[in-house]
Ligand binder design. Sequence first.
Ligand code: GRF
Length: 195
Amino acid sequence: RRVAILISGGGSNMLALLDSMRGDHPARPCLVLSNEPDAAGLVHASQRGVPIAAVDHRPFAGDRAAFEAALMRPLEAANPDIICLAGFMRVLTPGFVTHWQGRMLNIHPSLLPKYRGLHTHTRALAAGDSEHGCTVHQVTGALDDGPILGQARVPVLEQDTAQTLTARVLEQEHRLYPAVLKRFVQGNRAPLYLK
Ligand code: GRF
């Protein structure tokens, strides 16, 4: 199975996914695509021999459909079976999501349905939560919604800052996303709750 990964920045989740798709894993990466032409993740993907492409969203300012039509060109050329959003920071229109419905995953740094949207770690700290974590879900038209495919939890510690909590969650993201992708490729849709 062919997996395309969409990124906007460093792509640490993308790297974890690339490193997992080896040996007898049923999937291989076919494209890493970024809306940021100078995303560091593109260099790392290219160094691993994965095809890369960039479509800068800025020239399409405000015209999401036109930007997504431009995204479709490298995507259709790569012909993925599955799309993984990994630190991809552009909101996708319902039209794009519908086209890829059931074949597009996202990782979000909270225990959904809590804290959809941005600044999730700051919000969890402000709420005094004792637990936080990350979720992999199927992408639907609603932001950070869609059927949950997996979650991983971390404790929130007294001395935590947004930075320390982010780092602890990111470690779990790098475990969760590859595990969920492998199950998804194998047709297993049962949610995975990592210990
Ligand atoms: C991570 O918090 C991820 O959950 C969110 O984007 C952040 C950066 O991810 N989707 P990455 O390091 O670019 O993979």
